[in-house]
Design a protein around this ligand. Structure first.
Ligand code: F6R
Length: 609
């Protein structure tokens, strides 16, 4: 949600800010802006509604002067419409202080009223503008002190960057709840919402912690607590490569990330199952605790929630342990029954999802142990969990999550096997066989990706439908939910996922010749039931696209199109069945001319409630 970039160094800041900002556009893209300090102590701001290319057009017409210090922002609107005026940076009335912000200031309304009484006038509808005015009224010549006093009055989540014309050599950054990193260059320094934005400029980063602020000049970064105490920050060297942040010949990041799944899972299996023995390093929960835990509660949002739903089937089947799954936004407000005998598994690609973080804090307060399944190393969620199982799926840039999902699934299989081992709830031979079959998954996925021409054809033949239903049963009910989510978020076609057995209880009313129905009908103990559901759809003229197991000769008689996946243990089928659905969603969206990597209204990490 919103991306921030700042630069202090010997080069001209504007081109650097724009190049870095483009790499953050996945966080929000409804408006953008840049603010710089020139050599005559002027603070100059340019903004534009829409994507960064619109800002570039504005800058062509009104170029910015050379500047060594600048901040920029790409916005995902929370307070106020996506307009030029609401775009960041926001400035105080004297035009001397500029602020960019990611997050939500919850007490902005009373602050706004108070500041108005003090003579400030507001030009935007944003919550951010109060920060600029607040710093301004508190400024007595020391910018750090003014920022420190201002943030003491802010409630909510924020990552901010501040510059002032009175301090032409520095910028100030601060964070609570929203991510912010500092990139350390050679006589130049950066701030950014995320590492990829600055990856081709530096690998040395400081992950600013909640409650910390930094004063950044060309050759110095000083980090303080909000109370003003100086701290020595840890400097990390980022290991992922620049290529991870580039499309490498693919038309979209989403397509690239779909193709990265076999390798990602192969790497994970290599690390987690060296010589076939399970290594859940990072779990940090003893076997004794795992054996005695009474219940598992999974909390997550969106695609990660769907991975959690698959996790429920895995854990209940293998470990015979009650597993409930809740969306973080519901969990945090429902007074859930959680105690020290509950193991909470929080799932998040980014590790920065505000609702998941709040749900984790709620569960912790009730005494639960928290383990997280997380992709981004060092994220807030990882830091707040008792144990972390990193998926190491690599950087995911496409807004629609793909490779993070299958990595989360794989981690649930490994966790399920671990729980079954310590609780002795599954025969060792069964677990051994599952491990053997898991190791074949990357090759199976590769073979599925080789069928993409066939999937493209089916996608194009069905892209005109105005409504899709996705049906699945048992462990592939979540596959149906995830398939529907993928389609709706990038194609904007209404798509609903349902447990196939629920169809007769309502959704069947939707079926006619104008609906496409995607049925996950792989070989399993509910296969016959799925076939009956398919017959019911066909009897009502629905168009059926089935995901079936290779070698199923019968299915073609019942459906219009078949997408096949290799045969595998029924428990593992979600790892394969989702691949054709990801590709189908992608091709439908491309056919419709949509911006696949930046679908409307969405942002990659949802760092606001
Ligand atoms: C959908 C998607 C979102 C995320 C959700 C949680 O493709 O990407 O639904 O899964 O916002 O994000 P994380 O996993 O970062 O907590």
């Amino acid at each position: 949600m919103c991306g921030i970039i700042g630069y202090v160094g010997p080069s001209d800041s504007t081109p650097i800010l724009l190049a870095c900002l483009k790499k953050l556009e996945y966080r929000g893209y409804d408006s953008s802006g840049v603010g710089v300090l020139d050599h005559h102590s002027h603070l100059i701001v340019r903004k534009s509604k829409g994507k960064i290319k619109n800002l570039e057009e504005v800058l062509k017409g009104e170029p910015l002067p050379f500047s060594n210090v600048g901040i920029s922002h790409t916005r995902w609107a929370t307070h106020g419409l996506p307009t030029d005026i609401n775009a960041h940076p926001h400035v105080n009335n004297a035009g001397t202080i500029a602020v960019v912000h990611n997050g939500i200031i919850e007490n902005y309304a009373p602050l706004r009223e108070k500041l108005k009484k003090q003579g400030c006038y507001f030009v935007s509808q944003t919550d951010t503008e109060v920060i600029a005015h607040l710093i301004s009224v508190l400024y007595k010549g020391d910018l750090k002190q003014a920022v420190q006093k201002a943030i003491a009055q802010l409630k909510g989540a924020f990552a901010i960057a501040v510059i002032s014309k009175d301090h032409p050599d520095l910028m100030i950054a601060a964070r609570v709840g929203s991510p912010l990193i500092i990139g350390l260059g050679d006589k130049e320094n950066y701030i950014a919402s995320d590492v990829p934005a600055i990856l081709d400029r530096t690998r040395r980063v400081i992950y600013l912690k909640d409650g910390q602020m930094a004063v950044i000049t060309m050759d110095k970064v000083d980090v303080f607590t909000f109370a003003g105490q100086k701290v020595t920050p840890k400097v990390d060297t980022v290991s992922f490569t620049v290529s991870a942040a580039q499309k490498e010949g693919y038309d979209h990041f989403m397509l690239k990330e779909i193709h990265e799944q076999p390798q990602g899972l192969a790497n994970m299996l290599k690390n987690r199952l060296p010589s076939g023995k399970l290594n859940l390093e990072g779990l940090d929960v003893s076997d004794k605790v795992l054996a005695s835990v009474k219940k598992i509660t999974v909390i997550a949002c969106g695609t990660a929630y769907h991975a959690g739903l698959v996790g429920k089937y895995i854990i209940e089947d293998l470990a015979r342990l009650t597993t409930e799954v809740d969306t973080s936004s519901e969990f945090r407000y429902r007074n859930a029954i959680i105690d020290k005998h509950t193991l909470v598994v929080a799932v998040s690609q980014s590790g920065e999802t505000a609702d998941t973080l709040a749900a984790v804090r709620e569960a912790k307060a009730k005494g639960a142990k928290i383990i997280s399944i997380c992709n981004v190393v060092g994220s807030s969620l990882a830091r707040e969990s008792d144990g972390v199982l990193y998926t190491h799926a690599g950087l995911e840039i496409g807004v629609a999550s793909t490779k993070a999902y299958t990595a989360q699934l794989m981690m649930f299989y490994l966790l399920g096997i671990k729980l079954a081992q310590v609780r002795q709830t599954a025969k060792p031979a069964r677990l051994k066989d599952l491990i053997k079959q898991l190791q074949r998954v990357p090759d199976h996925q590769k073979s599925l990706l080789e069928q993409k021409a066939a999937i493209l054809k089916i996608a194009e033949a069905n892209s005109h439908f105005g409504c899709f239903l996705y049906l699945g049963r048992n462990i592939n009910y979540p596959t149906a939910l995830e398939g529907a989510l993928k389609l709706k978020e990038i194609s904007y076609i209404p798509a609903e996922g349902y447990a196939a057995g629920e169809m007769k209880h309502g959704p069947i009313a939707l079926i006619d010749e104008y609906r496409a129905v995607v049925c996950v009908a792989v070989q399993s103990h509910v296969y016959e039931k799925m076939i009956s559901n398919i017959q019911e759809i066909r009897a009502r003229k629905g168009n059926v696209i089935a995901v079936a197991t290779q070698g199923d000769k019968d299915i073609a008689h019942h459906v219009d199109y078949v997408l096949t996946v290799p045969a595998i243990d029924e428990l593992l089928t979600p790892l394969l069945a989702i691949i054709p659905l990801q590709l189908m969603a992608y091709y439908v969206a491309v056919k419709r001319g949509n911006d696949v990597d930046q679908p409307r209204n969405l942002a990659k990490s949802v760092t606001v409630e």
